[in-house]
Design a binder for this molecule. Structure first.
Ligand code: PEP
Ligand code: MN
Length: 265
């Protein structure tokens, strides 16, 4: 099966040179100060997009679930300070409405949303007539058809600025990864959708800092178009995903150590 979807290449909707696109920022927006400081330290690294979680889909109740609309205002401030496009996860039509009202540039569907066709369809309906880039994370389970189905629903709503994010697949098996990369799934996705831009998410695959370099490199070796890596000014005290976030300084080292198609010549 090959799907001939007319998708805009990444370069047409995000200003970046001929090198991997880098999306970074905290797992969660925790305060205006945290977001602005992180963004200011990330800017000199040449990142392309600032990310932050505003509504957090936590596995268990009574965990921190994000600051919601208030965090969108912090994101607006950070965006003005560093002049970078900003991206957040949306999971409901109301999230989309609020995100657009607060000048969010790029939206993404999280793994726990992609897994549910009802949920994806509601989001697709809310996106009809809206010109905003949308990135679609793989579903939490290793189901390629479900991932493709979510892409089709968003595409059918008229969105052409699309990308997918490979964040790994949950497993009950003991693994060194938080989410198994199962590389053959994104590889097969690219055979079905050859023009679909693909971003690696080493943070959610690895779940720990010491694996970020290797997972990032593997993604680039597979010709991924970019990487989304979570960063935080004080990772150990982060309100979510503390073990996998890195300081902007460590991110600089990770990025500096990567072999890209260009650096390899
Ligand atoms: C996130 O990006 O912080 C997140 C919640 O990701 P995922 O949907 O991949 O779990
Ligand atoms: Mn996270």
């Amino acid at each position: 099966m090959k799907l001939e979807l007319d998708i805009h290449p990444l370069q047409s909707w995000i200003p970046h040179q001929d090198k991997p696109l880098i999306i970074s920022g905290p797992c969660s927006a925790e305060s205006e100060e945290q977001l602005v400081n992180t963004a200011k330290q990330l800017k000199p690294l040449g990142i392309n997009i600032l990310r932050a979680g505003v509504w957090k889909p936590r596995t268990r109740p009574n965990s921190f679930e994000g600051y919601g609309e208030q965090a969108l205002k912090w994101l607006q401030t950070a965006k003005k300070e560093v002049e970078l496009p900003v991206a957040i996860e949306v999971a409901t039509p109301q999230h989309i409405e609020l995100a657009l009202k607060h000048d969010v540039d790029i939206l993404w569907l999280g793994a726990r949303t992609t897994v549910n066709p009802f949920n994806v369809q509601e989001i697709a309906d809310a996106l009809k007539g809206v010109d905003v880039p949308v990135m679609i994370k793989n579903p939490i389970n290793p189901d390629l058809a479900l991932w493709i189905g979510a892409i089709e629903r968003i595409y059918n709503a008229g969105i052409r600025k699309l990308a997918v994010i490979h964040r790994g697949f949950s497993t009950f098996q003991k693994s060194k990864y938080r989410n198994e990369p199962t590389w053959q799934i994104p590889i097969e996705l690219k055979t079905i959708l050859p023009n679909m831009p693909i971003i690696g998410d080493p943070s959610h695959i690895a779940g720990r800092r010491d694996l970020l370099q290797e997972v990032s490199q593997k993604s680039l070796d597979l010709n991924y178009d970019g990487l989304m890596i979570e960063s935080h000014i004080d990772p150990d005290n982060a309100l979510s995903d503390a073990k996998q976030q890195v300081t902007p300084d460590s991110l600089r080292n990770i990025l500096g150590g990567l072999q890209t198609r260009i650096s390899r010549g």
